[in-house]
Design a protein around this ligand. Structure first.
Ligand code: GLC
Ligand code: CA
Length: 590
């Protein structure tokens, strides 16, 4: 564990976000709708289910709130901060993994699917978190990691001790190597984190033995989903957490469980962040048709429980029509829309991805989802501060081209207001409501993501978006925990982004999000439909119910939509009342 000291505290600007803010008026009918009481039992209805309109907030437990001062966030820390999420106005939380794990990939290497790592607390802490969230009208989604276990899982230990061809080895993907002594990997697949996707084991006799497949780190052996025992095990894991009251599962690497049977060579490099391009053949390790049968089985389990429990696919799959197959009526409820996350900040690119996304999910009667940030990508307040159309980096560090922070935040705020006005369900990543940037100057020695080492120090990886978040500007570790300890170093800019510097400060990013979420609910924006008004090269504008939404991507200011009342804006209008560059406005026109 790495516990760097807290970086030097700077005073910063005490009013970094101050600017005039448009007046927001809520009518009585809007107020009546503006409640968090959105939590009812009932059949899982694709037209009205809670998830079809939900804003779901991703908590990365290591970095949200640390209750005991060891520098690592934990479940009691989350429970103590739940009121923040109620105040923000989200409907649900999704928790990244908190299960027992050697933490080779920050907990996405699970050693026991039915317990809590002591680092994060206990099962009793998980029960309490679920109960306290429910008491506040917040749903709870947990992360399920079915593509691979940790190499510390008892199944893998048993597989290593057993002979080739044994039932223990058959739960994973073991193969003999190629070449005279089997010294070459069974195929040429690359790990997502860099390097070969195979590692050779030493047999019980002490001699080099078979190889096992790991699409990610060596500590994450891939399971063999053709083995009925693996399938049965995960049905049971689902029930374990459903019985504890969770409202759903975010399914990690949902497109990876089934591999092409012949494990054919695939000359291409591997990247977690790039979707499969439309005109390329499908890689033998991703998006195989066999995965869908697994999710149909899971859906039947969820549907057997009271309430509306959901499955959310993390599937880096393109095109949108292919992704939509994961959310057919008898499979998952939602899939992350990574094509949207990856889209360039131009009017044509945003228009194209929004229309494609809506069409693809409409065709299977599923809600469209939207997301701009998560724990695997450069935070959007920094990503959007990089040159438009350039290479999208996997992490940013010292010596790399640095994003334009002010431009990035301005565009991020505009992008968020555009996103939250779209019909469907939206995902937020902890800290984006504070306008947090990526930590782009983190010392390389502090990095923990296996990507950095496995790529031979060419890809810095994902630590920069995983830094413990700031709550109070003047407290140790910016209020993350009771001590200075923080498992990744926090940059000095955290002071000006801390929640207590933004709460009730007009124009702050936190207040921008809060107001947007309140209005989104009041105007029923999640329900749509969306009707395009302008789809040019510089301006995107659409109607959603009583609101007209406009984003200006062009160089010149454009007029505010006529005949309406401005209810929200990502930045102040100019002196003439026009909408400046990189600004989104919400105007009430009906
Ligand atoms: C998913 C997770 C990522 C993890 C990987 C392997 O993509 O979001 O953080 O490294 O799966 O489990
Ligand atoms: Ca802790």
């Amino acid at each position: 564990m790495n516990r760097p000291r807290r970086p030097g505290h700077t005073d910063g600007d005490r009013r970094p976000f101050r600017h005039p803010h448009p007046t927001v008026r809520l009518d009585t009918w809007e107020k009546a709708l503006n409640s968090n009481a959105n939590h009812q039992d009932g059949p899982s209805d694709p037209a009205t289910g809670w998830w079809t309109r939900a804003v779901i907030y991703q908590i990365y437990p290591r970095s949200f709130a640390d209750s005991n001062g060891d520098g690592i966030g934990d479940l009691p820390g989350i429970t103590a901060r739940l009121d923040h999420l109620v105040e923000l106005g989200v409907d649900a939380v999704w928790l990244s993994p908190f299960y027992p794990s050697p933490q080779a990939d920050a907990g996405y290497d699970v050693a026991d699917y039915r317990d809590v790592d002591p680092l994060f607390g206990s099962l009793a802490d998980a029960d309490r978190l679920i109960a306290e969230a429910h008491a506040r009208g917040l749903r709870v989604i947990v992360d399920l990691v079915p593509n691979h276990t940790s190499s510390a899982h008892e199944w893998f230990t048993a597989a290593l001790a057993a002979a080739p061809g044994s039932p223990e080895r058959d739960r994973y993907v073991f193969r003999d190597g190629r070449g005279p002594d089997g010294a070459q990997p069974p195929n040429d697949w690359q790990s997502v984190f860099g390097g070969p996707a195979w590692t050779r084991v030493t047999g019980p006799d002490g001699r080099p033995g078979q190889w096992y497949l790991h699409l990610f780190d060596t500590g994450q052996p891939d399971l063999n989903w053709d083995n009925p025992e693996v399938r049965a095990e995960f049905l049971d894991v689902l029930r374990f957490w459903l019985d504890r009251g969770v409202d759903g599962f975010r399914v990690d690497v949902a497109h990876g469980l089934i591999k092409q049977a012949d494990l054919a060579d695939w000359q291409e490099p591997q990247e977690i962040l790039s979707g499969q391009e439309v005109d390329k053949p499908r890689p033998p390790m991703w998006d195989q048709d066999g995965v869908h049968e697994i999710y149909r089985d899971w859906r039947r389990v969820l549907d057997g429980y009271p309430g509306e429990r959901i499955l959310v696919a993390e599937a880096w799959v393109e095109p949108a029509e292919r992704l939509a197959r994961y959310v057919r009526p008898d499979e998952m409820h939602q899939a992350f829309n990574f094509e949207y996350l990856l889209a360039a900040w131009t009017a044509p690119a945003q228009y194209a991805v929004i229309t494609r996304s809506l069409e693809a999910t409409d065709a299977v009667d599923a809600p469209t989802t939207w997301v701009l940030s998560n724990h695997d990508v450069v935070r959007h307040a920094s990503r959007l501060g990089l040159p438009v159309g350039g290479r999208r980096p996997n992490g940013i560090g010292i010596g790399d081209p640095q994003p334009d922070a002010a431009l990035g935040l301005r565009r991020a705020r505009a992008a968020t207001l555009l996103m939250l006005a779209l019909p469907g369900s939206a995902y937020l990543y902890q800290g984006e409501e504070l306008g947090l940037p990526e930590h782009t100057t983190m010392p390389d020695e502090a990095r923990q993501d296996p990507t950095w080492a496995r790529s031979g120090h060419t890809e810095r990886g994902r630590d920069g978006c995983r830094v413990p978040i700031p709550w109070e500007a003047d407290a140790p570790s910016y209020g993350f925990g009771p001590t200075d300890a923080s498992w990744l170093p926090q940059p000095p800019v955290w002071a000006e982004h801390a929640l207590d510097r933004q709460r009730d400060v007009p124009g702050s990013t936190y207040e921008l999000y809060r107001t947007a979420l309140r209005l989104r609910r009041a105007y029923r924006l999640a329900e749509g439909p969306l009707e395009w008004l302008a789809t040019g090269d510089e301006v995107l504008s659409f109607r959603n119910g009583a609101l007209t939404v406009l984003t200006n991507f062009g160089d010149a200011a454009v007029p505010l939509p006529a005949g309406g009342e401005l209810v929200h804006a990502s930045a102040p209008l100019d002196e003439d009342g026009a909408v400046p560059t990189d600004v989104t406005v919400w105007v009430r026109t009906a």
